[in-house]
Write a protein that binds this ligand. Structure first.
Ligand SMILES: [Ca+2]
Ligand SMILES: [Ca+2]
Length: 233
């Protein structure tokens, strides 16, 4: 208690800033001692420009922005933990060699950079090896053309079968066609920026990414995922 009183009496300016920012971030697992920094995401080259051609869109798709995405503030010292993960998928035709492309750092829009999962609701899953506090997730399905993926759902769990302590951190399946619950997030255009999701320090060892085809095809494409976290305390 003495320590706390001391720190309140004579707060370091950086600590005060962290507390204020942590309050702004709201409900996340940001700790008082955390220094917040912009998340540094290495982006691939853009592969298409301008407004999409005439494709059928849901009423809940976000308009395609022509401005760079504002940075997300996260605790300093996070690491992309995806490259060390063990990867599995609902599509048993996807071999380990194919699934390795999900975390190989290649996020380009070329044919060689993208792999396919069969049609219908499919998922890829990462076993992070130990419980992590996950602050941000970035997904690139395929940004070779303007398209919108359906039923993008991201869940975190304590077990590989997603039974224990399942937390949904993103769900844009607003008509519940994948049957995991009605989502409240919006559909979005795939771009070179990928889809950045603020996961607010959610804890879990397993993370699963669902999708159900796109405005272009019933097949499911994946290029890369990144998971920014730190070991859970
Ligand atoms: Ca890749
Ligand atoms: Ca749907």
């Amino acid at each position: 208690m003495k320590l706390m009183q001391n720190s309140f009496r004579r707060p370091a300016p950086r600590a005060v800033l962290s507390v204020i920012l942590a309050t702004l971030v709201g409900g996340s697992a940001v700790r008082a001692a955390d220094q917040l920094v912009p998340l540094d995401i290495k982006l691939p080259s853009p592969a298409f420009k301008g407004t999409p051609k005439d494709i059928q869109l849901s009423s809940y798709v976000e308009p395609l922005s022509d401005k760079p995405r504002p940075p997300m503030m996260v605790p300093a010292g996070l690491k992309n933990v995806a490259p060390d993960a063990k990867i599995s998928s609902s599509d048993k035709n996807a071999t380990a060699d194919i699934l390795a492309k999900l975390v190989d750092g290649d996020k380009e829009a070329s044919d060689q950079s993208i792999f396919y999962l069969r049609k219908g609701t499919q998922w890829v899953q990462l076993d992070l090896g130990s419980p992590q506090e996950i602050f941000a997730v970035v997904i690139w399905h395929a940004h070779n053309a303007a398209k919108v993926y359906h039923d993008v759902i991201v869940q975190v769990a304590d077990d590989p079968d997603f039974i224990e302590n399942v937390k949904t951190v993103f769900n844009n399946d607003q008509d519940n066609t994948s049957g995991l619950g009605v989502g409240t997030d919006r559909e979005f255009f795939e771009t070179h920026e990928g889809k950045l999701i603020d996961t607010k320090g959610v804890k879990g060892r397993y993370i699963r990414f669902y999708s159900k085809g796109s405005t272009e095809s019933a097949l499911n494409e994946y290029t890369e995922v990144e998971v920014y976290g730190r070991p859970a305390k």
